[in-house]
Each structure stands twice: as C-alpha cells, then as structure tokens.
Design a binder for this molecule. Structure first.
Ligand code: ZN
Length: 250
C-alpha cells in the first residue's frame, strides 16, 4: 500500500461516529483528500491538535485501492492559522477561503497554484488582517486558478482592450464585451473595477491586501466573482454572508 507524504491545509472536519472523524485536507500534490481520523479523542494530543481546521501541516496518509477515504499515518503541525485567533474578520475570512477551496478543488486532482494561493492569502490575512481587498483578491484568483475566470482584458467581439474603460461580462458565454458591442447587456464592471482586476493579476496577495480598495471597484468585482462562483457551484457559500457582515463597518 503506497504511503504519501505531503503538505496540506485542513479545510474542515466532521464526525463519522462517536469517536471517529472525517478530515478534509487540501494537499500540495494530491488535491483534496478525505481521511478518517480514528479515535480522535484517544489520539496522541499532538496529532489530534494538528488536525484542526486551517492548520498548515505535513502529513502522511495511505489509501486502499477502491476506497474513497484515506487513513492518516502521521500529522505534524507547521502552523496554525486559527490557533489563538480571536479577530472575527480573520476567523470569518479564513473560513470563507477554506470553504471556497473545498468547493473548487476536486478530490485527488492536484492544483499546486491554488494551494500556494491559499497559503499566501492566509499569511497575508494573518500579517495585515482580513480586509475587503484580500477577500476580493482571493475570490478572483481562486476562480482564475480553477479555470473559471474568462479573459476580461479584451472585448471578445471586436478585440478592443477594455482594461481601462470597463466592460460588460456575458457570464454564461464566458466573454467580455466593450460598451459598444454589449449594447447594455451583461453584468457591468466599471472602469475602476476593470483597472483593479488588471492590478490583481500582477500583484501578490501580501502586496495587494494592504491597499485600500475603492467601494465602486469592490462592489463590481464582488458581484462578478459571486455570479461566476454561483454559476459554477449552483449555490452560495455558507460562510459568505457571515463574512460580509463581519467586514461591514470596515
Ligand atoms: Zn467590442
């Protein structure tokens, strides 16, 4: 039976029975992995503690052929992002990131770039706090790295560059249209939002997340990413509403 060793972030855990739990991880090399933690209460305290949500860990697991659930052999904590965290925005923001990754990453399908994005966003949030700019950045990049973000730099009809003047997103068609070609149809992203989208593509999260984000740009980008996510997932993430409330008054 092959044993795999990988870095992972714990996305969630839920009970399987009185003493066993299912832990869902996103791993660097194997995509999403579901594993059974047997007798969590009896596990050596170090191992049980390392399986808490939003922990960055190194872990070893093995699977039996034909079984969906892996078995955890060893788990070692690298860093706990929620450990002593009491800031509501951070707790809600990190939970939102975890839920989004849980939904977009497939079982056993590696997406190393998305794994790196999650770690970088958690680090940025820990260092600078969870702000609207970080949340918008994470949503857009999560979509992009999952192949769900169309190219919004050019009008897909006439080829005009729309990075400075804004565009209309034709969501189902996965296209951007300039104002002439859209003729009022589609979801509008005004000039400020289009420019910010372009900046997001060129900056790492730690840099983007410390900058204030204009309300107009934030509103347009939020609407766009929520529509794209909704189209793909056919639902809204549970943690989204809670995070939105926590971020209000920022
Ligand atoms: Zn056009």
């Amino acid at each position: 039976m092959p044993v795999y060793e990988t870095e992972a972030v714990v996305l969630r855990q839920y009970p399987l029975s009185d003493s066993d739990r299912i832990i869902v991880f996103v791993t660097r090399e194997h995509g999403k992995v579901r594993a059974v933690a047997q007798g969590v209460k009896k596990l050596k305290s170090g191992m049980a503690g390392s399986l808490e949500p939003l922990n960055h860990i190194r872990f070893e697991f093995w699977t039996r052929e034909g079984r969906d659930l892996a078995q955890i052999r060893r788990a070692e904590l690298i860093h706990s992002f929620l450990g002593r965290q009491t800031d509501l925005k951070q707790i809600c923001g990190f939970s939102y990131f975890a839920e989004m990754v849980h939904e977009v990453v497939q079982d056993n399908q590696p997406n190393q770039a998305l794994f790196r994005l999650l770690l970088a966003a958690l680090k940025a949030g820990e260092e600078h706090g969870v702000r609207v700019s970080l949340v918008r950045y994470f949503e857009i990049w999560c979509l992009k790295l999952s192949g769900l973000l169309p190219n919004y730099a050019y009008c897909s009809n006439c080829g005009k560059c729309v990075k400075d003047e804004g565009f209309f997103a034709w969501l189902e068609a996965g296209q951007a249209r300039c104002s002439e070609c859209a003729q009022g149809r589609g979801l509008q992203v005004r000039a400020s939002g289009a420019r910010i989208l372009d900046v997001m593509m060129r900056q790492p999260p730690g840099r983007f997340a410390v900058q204030p984000l204009e309300t107009e740009a934030s509103v347009d980008i939020e609407r766009l990413s929520q529509k794209l996510l909704g189209l793909y997932l056919e639902k809204q993430l549970k943690s989204y509403r809670i995070l939105k409330e926590a971020l209000q008054g920022q």
